[in-house]
Write a protein that binds this ligand. Structure first.
Ligand code: NDP
Length: 421
């Protein structure tokens, strides 16, 4: 019996909301809120028309950049949990509002500013680049700075509960708990073997996606960041249920928290697969300045190139019916158990068309939305309630992985995987 406020009604949120409604004895009441309430209303109507869920759905208009609007909504709706499935830009304002209105918080991606030219933010960012050695626009420091405030308020904030970040960290906690005494290396492999038939489209919010992919790569070795030019480390891997794919080393947010939370880990890397067409388009767009976040004047009007590009690209939520193939995302570990060397691979395979049949979206939104629902479930059941600000690997992975098994993202395991060199 819980009341949950869900902010955002895009590709990921639409999956999470439908999955919450499948568990209508836990998620008894939900409020869906974003700036465009018509999208929230349309989803409410779709779910109600299907007639399969008893969850009572309401909708609201909110600009999550505005703490006062958020506080007013939270105080009037009185949820037990706020699920932030809007954009990383809103993480801090929603956390502020949760503190003020005294409610637990969760999200699916760590904070990143919308305006990377903001001088106040830039000064802190540039200092961090020098001190830590990686130049991604996002990092955990902004949200870790809320630890004491959440602890004192007796509230829990769960950060980054999608697939990666999210499930990948649960896989690490699970490997440490059940398979290893010590973990030496972690390789996170994110493979999308899906084909949507477009020459170029992104599977989730294009702005957030292209910023991530076009940035320099980095990995953690012996506690230090090693940064490399974008897409300069390439490997091939033969993925179960997908086949042979090219993958590239990227910076990814969970590397930062895993380095803090997996004792003695020596190296953590993240690889994602990309096809040549995607890379050629992205490089070209970058070369002509279309990935820039700095506003330019065009015919008397100020436009942000990457936002303009977003308007031109297919809406990720529209890719569902056209995408065929599978995703395969997981972690390969090396380490020691009972004094012996050991390797282990835990991953999930998800089929784009199966997702579409179930909830009307492709597997990228599905593999993020299902863990968001399962994370909320852990919090509402009290399994993952602990005052403070935490990432997924800091909680007991077992009930979460069981929930994933049950609600659409079952794990697969190998005790003799091919390693990535
Ligand atoms: P979309 O762009 O599809 O949806 C974003 C939603 O947020 C929209 O409904 C939008 O509605 C709403 N929103 C944006 N700004 C505001 C605002 N100021 N106030 C209220 N609502 C707002 O994004 P996705 O669904 O693809 O991504 C959602 C999140 O999931 C992102 O944070 C993304 O980084 C994360 N993600 C995480 C992954 C993981 O594995 N951990 C993988 C993929 C994505 P409106 O504009 O009407 O307000």
């Amino acid at each position: 019996m819980s009341r949950v406020l869900i902010i955002g009604c895009g590709g990921v949120a639409q999956v999470a909301i439908q999955k919450c409604c499948q568990l209508n004895d836990v998620f008894t009441e939900i409020c869906i809120a974003s700036r465009t309430v018509s999208k929230c209303d349309a989803l409410k109507e779709k779910i109600e028309k299907e007639g399969k869920s008893k969850t009572v759905i309401t909708t609201a208009t909110v600009d999550a950049d505005d703490v006062n609007q958020l506080v007013a909504l939270i105080k009037s709706y009185k949820p037990e949990l706020v699920m932030n499935i809007a954009l990383p830009y809103q993480d801090l304002t929603i956390m502020d509002a949760c503190l003020e209105a005294k409610v637990n918080y969760m999200d699916t991606a760590n904070y990143e500013p919308e305006d990377t030219d903001d001088p106040e933010w830039r000064a802190i960012y540039e200092k961090r680049c020098k001190e830590k050695g990686f130049s991604a626009y996002f990092d955990y420091s902004w949200q870790w700075a809320y630890r004491e405030k959440f602890e004192k308020a007796g509230l829990t904030a769960l950060l980054g509960c999608g697939f990666d970040p999210g499930v990948t960290q649960a896989y690490c906690a699970y490997a440490l708990k059940h398979e290893f005494d010590t973990i030496d290396t972690i390789d996170i492999l994110d493979c999308n073997g899906g084909d949507h038939g477009y020459k170029f489209a992104t599977n989730f919010n294009p702005e957030v996606n292209l910023r991530e992919v076009s940035a320099p790569g980095s990995y953690m070795e012996n506690g230090k960041w090693i940064e490399i030019p974008a897409m300069s480390i390439k490997r091939e891997y033969n993925f179960d249920a997908v086949g042979q794919k090219d993958m590239y080393l990227l910076h990814h947010e969970e590397i930062e928290s895993l380095n803090e939370n997996i004792p003695g880990v020596k190296r953590i890397r993240f690889f994602m697969t990309f096809g040549q067409s995607y890379l050629d388009h992205m490089n070209c767009l970058e070369d002509v300045g279309m990935l820039s976040t700095t506003p330019i004047l065009f015919e008397g009007q100020e436009i942000v190139p990457i936002k303009f590009l977003k308007a031109l690209l297919p809406d990720p939520a529209s890719l569902g019916p056209r995408t065929v193939g599978k995703t395969n995302i997981g972690c390969i570990f090396t380490g020691k158990k009972d004094g012996k060397d050991k390797k282990y691979y835990i991953y999930n395979v998800c089929d784009h068309q199966e997702c579409y049949k179930e909830v009307g979206s492709q597997a990228i939104s599905y593999t993020t939305g299902v863990p968001a629902m399962c994370g909320a479930l852990m919090m509402l059941k009290g399994e993952w309630i602990k005052p403070g600000v935490y990432t997924v690997e800091e909680f007991n992975p077992d009930p979460f992985i069981e929930a994933l098994d049950q609600y659409g993202l079952p794990k697969r395991e190998s005790h003799d995987p091919v390693l990535v060199d």
